[in-house]
Design a binder for this molecule. Structure first.
Ligand SMILES: [Zn+2]
Ligand SMILES: [Zn+2]
Length: 257
């Protein structure tokens, strides 16, 4: 079984692309998906897609760079009260846009951890160029109580170990296949397979050999094959273990399986 733990069907370029990409991914053997919110305004659309396709789960949250409304923890938790919603996020920190003062992102991140606690759901964490602050906020908020995943993991072994010690899963994307990702591949060789998830982050980050194209969930197999090569395992074993990990991480998905 293959699971794409993090994708954005609703952000594909053409409005009719989501159904086509889903059909194509299912034909390629991808059975379950988490379609991740980046803005609250997407909620109705995400839930409608998830209700039509019970194998597509949904999250609720505001991306660290997201515009639009920015609800309280209570409001976020209430919006996540739906059987297809399996997580709060994506939330976290993104220090990549050079604005300098990220206190507002940190507040938003903390609020999402509070929402996850209220909702009894894990969090999906986006962390870009902010490994130390991500770990610090997860520690300070006792986020190990809610658990979840660091999506698109690209950090070094030290950060990986800090996140694993907090009980978080690490999700690997197409970045792992990029030519310049040698350091990440070395780190992943040492990471425990029972704590890894795989994702596309579609429509972003198309893996080799599809770089430059709009990414699609069917291509998560490229990430799986790369992990298999690094660890000397079969792609089937990596697919099976990462799928099991997904359902361990997201209890509500397990209940709906
Ligand atoms: Zn992200
Ligand atoms: Zn994403």
């Amino acid at each position: 079984m293959i699971v794409d733990s993090h994708c954005h069907f609703h952000l594909l370029e053409r409005p009719d692309s989501a159904d086509a990409a889903l059909a194509e991914a299912q034909a390629a053997g991808v059975e379950y998906f988490c379609n991740v919110a980046v803005a609250i305004e997407e909620r109705e659309r995400l839930l409608a897609f998830s209700e039509r396709h019970p194998n597509v789960f949904t999250s609720i949250g505001v991306h660290p760079c997201g515009q639009g409304s920015d609800p309280s923890a209570q409001a976020l938790a209430a919006m996540a009260d739906h059987p297809q919603v399996i997580a709060i996020g994506e939330t976290g920190l993104d220090y990549g846009n050079g604005q300098g003062d990220y206190g507002w992102q940190q507040d938003r991140f903390r609020r999402h951890v509070d929402a996850a606690r209220l909702a009894g759901l894990p969090i999906i964490v986006h962390s870009r160029l902010a490994p130390a602050d991500t770990v610090a906020i997860l520690r300070e908020t006792n986020a190990q109580d809610v658990g979840g995943v660091i999506h698109c993991f690209v950090e070094d072994a030290k950060t990986a170990n800090a996140l694993l010690a907090l009980g978080f899963y690490l999700s690997l994307s197409g970045i792992l296949t990029f030519r310049n990702a040698e350091a990440l591949r070395e780190t992943v060789t040492e990471l425990p397979l029972e704590r890894l998830l795989v994702e596309t982050d579609c429509p972003y980050l198309a893996p080799v050999p599809h770089r430059g194209q709009e990414n699609r969930p069917g291509w998560v197999s490229e990430v799986i094959e790369c992990i298999a090569r690094l660890k000397g395992l079969s792609p089937e074993d990596v697919a099976e273990q990462t799928a099991n990990n997904f359902f361990h991480c997201f209890a509500r998905a397990q209940a709906r399986r």
